[in-house]
Write a protein that binds this ligand. Structure first.
Ligand SMILES: [Zn+2]
Ligand SMILES: [Zn+2]
Length: 145
């Protein structure tokens, strides 16, 4: 790796050599990484507010599910959505957008293994397994969506 060209700086997060315009005057992290970090902290705050899960809680469930959707098991590059039961407020687990929005309807796609996992999922919540205790969304500040 050669040192950055003149007028370029190396981002301490993504390791790319990028032009000065991607940085604040004294910044060590490029614009894209800075935005990603802001997005992540906004998401962390929303997950905590809406589902009562800390960053560690989420990471624990994510790890428990091998970073995959609990139902279709397909790996997603993006973060998985927190799924909860609208009747009991139980936090059930992490699902991909497809399984979360159309639980079974399209997530299953005629696959028996997926349907079985969906049934298991509804009987045994991965979030509770991962965290070792029942968890519910906070009573106040409900903000379903
Ligand atoms: Zn960067
Ligand atoms: Zn899925």
């Amino acid at each position: 790796m050669s040192p950055p060209k003149k007028g370029y700086r190396k981002c301490s997060r993504c390791d790319r050599n990028r032009a000065e315009r991607f940085y604040t005057p004294r910044g060590r992290i490029c614009l894209d990484c800075r935005r990603a970090r802001q997005r992540k902290s906004a998401r962390d705050a929303r997950v905590h507010r809406t589902y009562g899960l800390s960053v560690d809680d989420y990471a624990q469930i994510f790890k428990f599910q091998d970073g995959r959707c609990a139902i279709c098991r397909e790996t997603r590059r993006t973060n998985l959505a927190v799924d909860h039961c609208h009747k009991t407020n139980a936090v059930r687990g992490l699902l991909c957008a497809r399984c979360n929005s159309t639980l079974l309807a399209r997530g299953a796609r005629d696959r028996v293994d997926v349907l079985r996992r969906a049934a298991d999922y509804l009987e045994k919540y991965p979030a509770w397994e991962a965290l070792g205790e029942p968890r519910y969304t906070p009573e106040t500040g409900r903000n379903d969506g």
